[in-house]
Design a protein around this ligand. Structure first.
Ligand SMILES: Nc1ncnc2c1ncn2[C@@H]1O[C@H](COP(=O)(O)OP(=O)(O)OP(=O)(O)O)[C@@H](O)[C@H]1O
Length: 553
């Protein structure tokens, strides 16, 4: 509901106006039916006053309807814009761990499925108002024509709505199931794109993927989609059935027990017949509203446990960070919990200190916790226990955004943007060119004035060099490289360990390197070794290595 409130709050003026115009448009429809009835019953259809009144109400009604539609469109596209921006803000401001637990495929499904579903249902709200107003107007008019028929109809509507609850609830349950299958479908969709090479190269695996996994999910979606649509169609037909049942009862049963005159009967029947269109439309919107509520529920799963930073204005940025004196991790831990895991992986407690001008290697076997430690160190994960002290000050939630600005990183699963996103300026162009040359990329990539890279379609090693260029341009006091050299040729590996890293150190940067390259361990000042999430007790001393000394690995 918070999201719904937000959307209505953001465009409350338009929303209120759309509802008001909707109400007036609905009222004009009831006024029309009243005029038609009166002219038929009182025989005033030849009067020019009636004609003028009819034409007037018709034109006003049409104008109001057009206005309501224009407002609806504004509301709809405004809400779509708000929701899209909101989703991006949420993804940016949500803790990394929360996003990892949710999974990229679910976030993609939110963008592709939930946002359109919510906006469609929002659009149905004012349409509901127009129809509710027409319905209400007709009911009031009916009450003035015959109290008995009015009460009879009201009773009928109450019974109809009561019966109608059951299929609607069932439909909602099915919609929820269908939506869960969409998450699975988006996961498969990512797999078909990202695992395309593997699937092309192995017919049997491809066949199992397509005929077992994709087909089963797509069939489920087909079955559940059809079942929910059938249920909602049934509710709409149920409305139509009730409607004509009512007219039948009114004309052929109620008349046996009452002495209603035929003029009243005609007016009531006409009015009730007119009610069918708004009722039908209201019934149909229930499907959209239900889909919208399921989508809202899904979107709320992305409600950040904490908003990590203020994204409300481009000005709300932390100041650039130039230097630090001392960084200390004191007994920090992190555990990954998964339902099927009896023993979750736990990292820590880790103690570590870092000063400017230090080159520290983190080593250890696969799955020993190196990347997890890197995420904790850079402030991407919040430690579950222990604390991080920067220049003696604990890194609290309020200071974490500022803390993160100390790091330039290239993680092993880095993402390469096709634009440097504000890292260049005309004054920095010579520096960018020099870095491109240093990284042996000057013939491969050009960078335009606005920071757009001419290409990112490069080899993995070259893409990593571009990521390194970004890190250089960020020029933060602490650098972290997660297996950066793993994709480099021997020549560039050598340049990285023997030249680039020592250069960064000599510029006073603290450099943390996750590495499996034991040939180069000697360049480190300190080596920290992890084993199953624990810092090894027999790890080398935390001071700089003596010349020629090598860490145990
Ligand atoms: N996103 C995640 N969700 C749940 N568990 C995870 C996640 N990432 C890592 N793990 C668990 O944490 C352990 C440590 O993973 P981590 O990526 O930190 O290891 P690593 O030392 O960097 O390994 P490698 O050398 O293979 O890159 C793994 O064994 C894995 O079980």
């Amino acid at each position: 509901m918070r999201l719904l409130k937000l959307l209505i709050h953001r465009s409350k003026g338009t929303f209120a106006l759309a509802v008001l115009v909707g109400l007036l448009s609905g009222a004009s429809s009831s006024a029309l039916i009243m005029l038609i009835n009166r002219s038929l019953v009182h025989g005033t259809f030849r009067s020019s006053t009636t004609l003028a009144a009819f034409a007037g109400v018709l034109c006003v009604g049409m104008l109001l309807r057009i206005c309501a539609q224009v407002l609806l469109n504004r509301l709809n596209f405004g809400a779509l814009y708000e929701l899209r921006m909101h989703l991006f803000r949420r993804v940016l401001a949500s803790p990394l761990r929360q996003l990892e637990e949710l999974g990229n495929h679910r976030v993609t499904a939110m963008l592709a499925e939930d946002i359109p579903a919510v906006t469609t249902s929002l659009m149905a709200l004012p349409t509901l108002t127009i129809n509710a107003a027409a319905l209400l107007g007709c009911l009031v008019y009916l009450a003035t024509l015959s109290r008995l028929i009015f009460v009879f109809l009201l009773g009928f509507i109450v019974v109809g709505l009561g019966v109608y609850q059951l299929p609607t609830r069932l439909g909602l349950g099915i919609l929820q199931q269908a939506r869960t299958r969409s998450d699975a479908f988006f996961k498969l969709f990512r797999a078909v794109l990202e695992g395309n090479k593997e699937l092309k190269l192995h017919a049997q695996r491809r066949s199992v993927f397509l005929h077992r996994d994709v087909e089963a999910t797509a069939r489920d979606m087909q079955r559940l989609g059809a079942a929910s649509a059938n249920l909602f169609n049934f509710t709409a037909s149920w409305g139509g059935f009730l409607f004509f049942t009512f007219i039948g009862l009114l004309l052929f049963v109620l008349t046996r027990f009452t002495d209603l005159d035929s003029a009243t009967l005609t007016s009531c029947t006409l009015t009730v017949l007119f009610l069918q269109q708004p009722l039908d439309s209201m019934m149909s919107s229930v499907h959209f509203l239900s889909r919208g509520s399921v989508a809202l529920e899904k979107l709320q799963r992305l409600e950040p446990q904490v908003w990590e930073f203020d994204l409300s204005s481009p000005q709300a940025l932390p100041p650039p960070v130039q230097r630090f004196e001392h960084l200390e991790l004191r007994g920090i831990t992190h555990a990954y919990f998964r339902d099927q895991d009896e023993r979750p992986f736990t990292l820590g407690p880790i103690n570590l200190s870092l000063r400017p001008g230090e080159l520290v290697f983190i080593i250890g076997g696969n799955g020993s916790g190196k990347t997890t430690l890197a995420k904790l160190l850079t402030g991407l994960y919040v430690p579950e226990s222990g604390e991080i002290l920067l220049d003696g000050q604990p890194v609290t939630d309020a200071r974490r955004e500022h803390y993160r600005q100390h790091f330039s990183t290239v993680f092993s699963d880095f993402f390469l943007f096709d634009n440097l996103l504000g890292l260049t300026s005309p004054e920095r162009e010579p520096q960018v060119k020099a870095y491109l040359e240093r990284l042996h990329l000057e013939r491969k990539v050009q960078i335009s004035g606005d920071g757009t890279l001419s290409t990112t379609a490069l080899s993995q090693g070259q893409r990593k060099r571009l990521a390194l260029l970004t890190a250089y341009l960020e020029d933060r006091p602490i650098y972290l490289f997660d297996e950066w050299a793993a994709d480099q040729d021997p020549l560039f590996k050598d340049i990285f360990y023997q030249q680039l890293l020592p250069e960064l150190r000599s510029r006073g940067k603290a450099v943390v390197v996750i590495s499996h390259d034991n040939r180069y361990f000697h360049v480190a000042d300190r080596i920290l070794q992890l084993d199953s999430g624990r810092m090894m007790e027999d790890a080398p001393p935390t001071g700089p290595l003596l010349p020629g000394q090598r860490a145990a690995s």
